[in-house]
Ligand binder design. Structure first.
Ligand code: WTA
Length: 602
């Protein structure tokens, strides 16, 4: 007999006050999440596959790891971290590609009570520096490089750039993956394969409080630097497991594939913690949907007989543009349930997905949630909830949304449109912003006192079904990635020729939203195209390629109110191509700039 879990039952289920705000779930409960996600399954599932890894190169072998193997690997990495001096409560930055080791690394942190801060490996040095310093990370786990289709990216050299500006970092551990030459600084940089040899495959789990930190994950804000959302162990575990099983109606033995990167919340909750807590088989895919051709997703789905497939509307929109032969050459009969996440899905994409991938038989669950919510909040339950294309439909049992008008009044009936708030706590909600509780309060609990404000607009139709209409703040969602316009603006402003910038989103066929930048230069630019590409390169270097503006319009002024505020409404309209519908411009200091902007619109 294996020993039972080493935790302790909670004394109280919930303590909460949205005014402070303070939320505690499972007060007094003790546990280790890895015991629940791994050890607990060993009695019955030691030989069941926990993780299927499909590498970037379709000709390389995929790997299947059983729960027993996952256990041993996680324990070994946990011991490797301990050997390097990582202790309970320390913050560990993980900057790795989509390989099994990234899962071991995150779970190993959880095993020893360290807090992981996983940074999407598509971010550049600047973004990395902000995140590492904000969390005060002690160590970085990374790899020499990563693959992206045909390209190789040198991750370690990005780390080398960043680390000089990260005073809290003592060490890095580098996993050899692409084999690219890297520079290793003696005493600071260590090879994973050398260190892991010295680590045993037995590691007692650290017993944690339900409200201890599990991880920090950064998400863009409408102003200022990204916010380090803090998630705690007990509630997050319960809610990701509950939502995973409920929404996808997961049945034992099924293969679940969430195509997100583990560097985003979707990867944390539905590649790792939710599925593993439920004893599922989860796919980690290293590749991209468009390489070597537009059939890659369907190839992988066929190969691993994927039963539940969860992706972003952006991916669907781009695959929808490819000939259907890319779909039809694969046998997708194993797929039973489809899901989407990250941005609104348009009806056309919904129908294409339902018809061509789901053979008109599989329910499509359009799941609405956020980094802050930790898990799915509003979504159909597969085979239970009536589907309505482009609607996230109904809140999951336990989730209590409230639609508010701008004056702060709750619109309590059906057939209304307003701002989406949540009026009662749920277990996986972020507890704070790391190191800045005041910002947490100001951002989420001040607009509508006593309620959590999501930043999203929504409609609730006559049947009570929810349709998320998009952000109502200065966050834009580009290919499913959240970006603060302020962050992009300050990156563009770093260019020596640039005096001032305003960035807005505009509708984009594939990405959902594109990035439109209005840029004022000190001198009228002569070589506009050159300057555009310099600006794009700069943004790519500071934030990452995902933040590169799609359109850059050089202007001599921006529409400002007399109090000096940029009227973004006007800039958005121009970017959307709605120049004739600008509304009231009488409060502008200089209405003539609007004509100029209109004439030069791209
Ligand atoms: C948007 C991703 C419409 C929304 C899990 C939210 C959605 C933001 C949907 C959070 C959906 C997410 N329909 N919009 N099904 N899902 N969003 O933090 O604007 O990366 O506030 O979390 O994505 O993005 P995040």
């Amino acid at each position: 007999m294996r020993k039972i879990l080493s935790g302790k039952k909670w004394d109280k289920v919930l303590d909460w006050d949205f005014n402070k705000p303070e939320v505690k779930w499972f007060v007094g409960g003790k546990l280790n999440i890895t015991e629940n996600c791994i050890d607990r399954h060993l009695a019955t599932r030691a030989k069941q596959t926990a993780i299927i890894w499909d590498p970037n190169d379709p000709h390389s072998e995929s790997q299947c790891l059983t729960y027993q193997q996952l256990h041993d690997q996680v324990c070994q990495v946990a011991n490797m971290l301990k050997n390097q001096g990582v202790k309970k409560g320390d913050r560990v930055c993980i900057y790795m590609p989509m390989i099994p080791e990234v899962a071991y690394a995150m779970l190993a942190c959880a095993r020893i009570g360290a807090v992981h801060s996983t940074v999407f490996a598509g971010f550049s040095a600047g973004s990395l520096i902000d995140r590492i310093n904000d969390a005060g990370c002690k160590i970085i786990l990374t790899s020499d490089g990563s693959y992206r289709g045909e390209k190789k990216i040198d991750l370690k050299s990005i780390i080398d750039d960043a680390i000089t500006k990260c005073p809290t970092i003592e060490k890095t551990i580098v996993f050899k993956h692409t084999g690219v030459r890297v520079s290793m600084k003696a005493g600071r940089d260590f090879w994973w394969h050398e260190q892991i040899e010295k680590a045993s495959a037995h590691c007692e789990p650290e017993i944690m409080d339900a409200e201890d930190l599990l991880f920090i994950l950064y998400t863009s804000g409408s102003t200022g630097k990204p916010k380090g959302m803090v998630h705690t162990i007990g509630g997050y575990m319960v809610f990701t497991a509950y939502t995973f099983q409920t929404v996808f109606q997961y049945q034992p033995g099924q293969v679940f594939w969430c195509t997100a990167d583990v560097g985003w919340i979707t990867g944390h909750s539905y590649i790792l913690y939710g599925p593993l807590a439920a004893g599922a088989t989860t796919v980690i895919f290293e590749g991209i949907p468009s390489w070597p051709d537009m059939g890659r997703f369907w190839h992988v789905a066929e190969k691993h007989r994927v039963n539940i497939f969860y992706t972003a509307p952006t991916a669907i929109r781009s695959l929808e543009k490819a000939p259907l032969s890319f779909v039809h050459q694969y046998d997708l009969q194993a797929i039973k349930i489809l899901g989407t996440v990250g941005e609104p899905i348009n009806e056309e994409a919904w129908h294409w997905y339902h018809e061509h991938i789901g053979r008109k038989k599989c329910p499509v669950v359009d799941t609405w949630w956020q980094t802050e919510t930790g898990g799915i909040m509003i979504s159909p339950i597969a085979h239970v909830t009536k589907l309505k294309p482009a609607f996230a439909t109904l809140p999951l049992p336990g989730v209590q949304p409230a639609v508010m008008d701008e004056s702060g009044k709750e619109l309590a009936t059906h057939g209304v449109e307003g701002r989406l708030t949540i009026k009662f706590p749920w277990p996986a909600m972020a507890r704070t912003i790391y190191g800045d509780h005041q910002r947490f309060k100001d951002t989420y609990f001040s607009t509508f006192p006593g309620k959590y404000f999501t930043g999203d607009g929504c409609k609730r139709d006559d049947e009570g079904f929810y349709r998320i209409t998009g952000r109502v703040d200065d966050i834009i969602i580009v290919s499913g990635h959240n970006m603060g316009t302020a962050e992009i603006e300050s990156a563009i402003d770093e260019h020596s020729a640039v005096c001032e910038t305003a960035v807005v989103g505009y509708p984009h066929d594939i990405k959902g939203q594109g990035i439109y930048a209005y840029v004022i230069c000190y001198d009228t630019p002569h070589e506009e195209e050159n300057l555009r590409s310099e600006i794009r390169d700069l943004v790519s270097k500071i934030i990452g390629p995902i933040a590169k503006p799609d359109k850059i319009q050089f202007v001599s002024g921006l529409p400002k109110t007399r109090s000096g505020k940029i009227m973004r409404r006007i800039l958005r309209k121009v970017a959307e191509g709605e120049m004739h519908n600008l509304g009231d411009t009488s409060t502008l200091t200089d209405p003539t700039v609007v004509d100029e902007i209109n004439t030069g619109a791209l």
